[in-house]
Design a protein around this ligand. Structure first.
Ligand code: URA
Length: 238
């Protein structure tokens, strides 16, 4: 039998608001369980089986949430920052949850796919080098890419400071300023430092795929959508 949960815990977790605000919402008479208004925060409900509504709109229960964000330049991958806007500030109210965080980072000037979740286990597994979750980037280079980059990337580049990278893949487009790079790890400024190691510079960078999940082309910079459970299984495929 699914376990029962207090109404204030359910409302707070699912709407991403504090327990105090959840209690206020409940006492104001906005929350109904199976069509009956509930005003006691301690009322027990079944998250899996009961239908909870706020002002008539269903609050669909999810244990965890997984979000695909198309990060614009100028926004940082952190949960809080005094100066810059963070990726969490771009999450619309209907997807907000307590405990959301970006799993992995992109630089402030990098665009593209950021995976945001409140599920620490999945994030940990996704980020662990043992999982070999690939990340695909599109990069524009200052100078044309040379054919010998392919072998250099495959052999594992040594970047500044003597750090050795895992083997990576680079695909050179017909216009040799444009390349696709696949990494299986995430070192600080890794692609920029790899480009420097072969005598080049990155002038634009966008992450377009994590594992088997491709950034939704319909998302404009700054927009996000939920990743469905079916898609999540693709995370660990190449
Ligand atoms: N490599 C970089 O240099 N920057 C990023 O944001 C991601 C990968």
């Amino acid at each position: 039998m699914p376990s029962l949960m207090r109404t204030d815990k359910f409302v707070s977790e699912q709407l991403g608001i504090s327990r105090t605000d959840a209690k206020k919402l409940i006492s104001s008479g906005s929350i109904a369980v199976n069509g009956t208004c509930v005003t006691r925060p301690e009322h027990k409900l079944s998250p899996e089986d009961d239908i909870v509504t706020r002002g008539g709109n269903r609050i669909v229960y999810r244990e965890h949430i997984y979000i695909m964000l198309n990060k614009p330049q100028g926004v940082i991958c952190a949960t809080r920052d005094g100066l810059s806007r963070t990726v969490l500030e771009l999450i619309p109210p209907e997807l907000r949850r307590n405990g959301l965080f970006p799993a992995g980072r992109l630089d402030k000037d990098t665009e593209g796919f950021v995976f945001i979740t409140d599920d620490g286990d999945t994030a940990h597994r996704m980020l662990s080098p043992k999982s070999h979750v690939s990340k695909l980037y599109y990069a524009e280079l200052e100078k044309e890419a040379e054919d010998d980059y392919i072998a250099a990337f495959e052999n594992g580049l040594v970047i500044d400071g003597g750090e050795k990278c895992l083997p990576a893949k680079i695909e050179i487009c017909p216009d040799r300023h444009f390349v696709y790079i696949t990494l299986f790890e995430g070192k600080y400024h890794q692609i920029k430092r790899m480009a420097q190691a072969v005598g080049n510079n990155v002038i634009y960078l966008k992450r377009i795929k994590i594992g088997g999940i491709t950034l939704d082309e319909r998302l404009k910079p700054g927009e996000c959508r939920e990743i469905m459970h079916k898609e999540l299984a693709e995370l660990y495929t190449l």
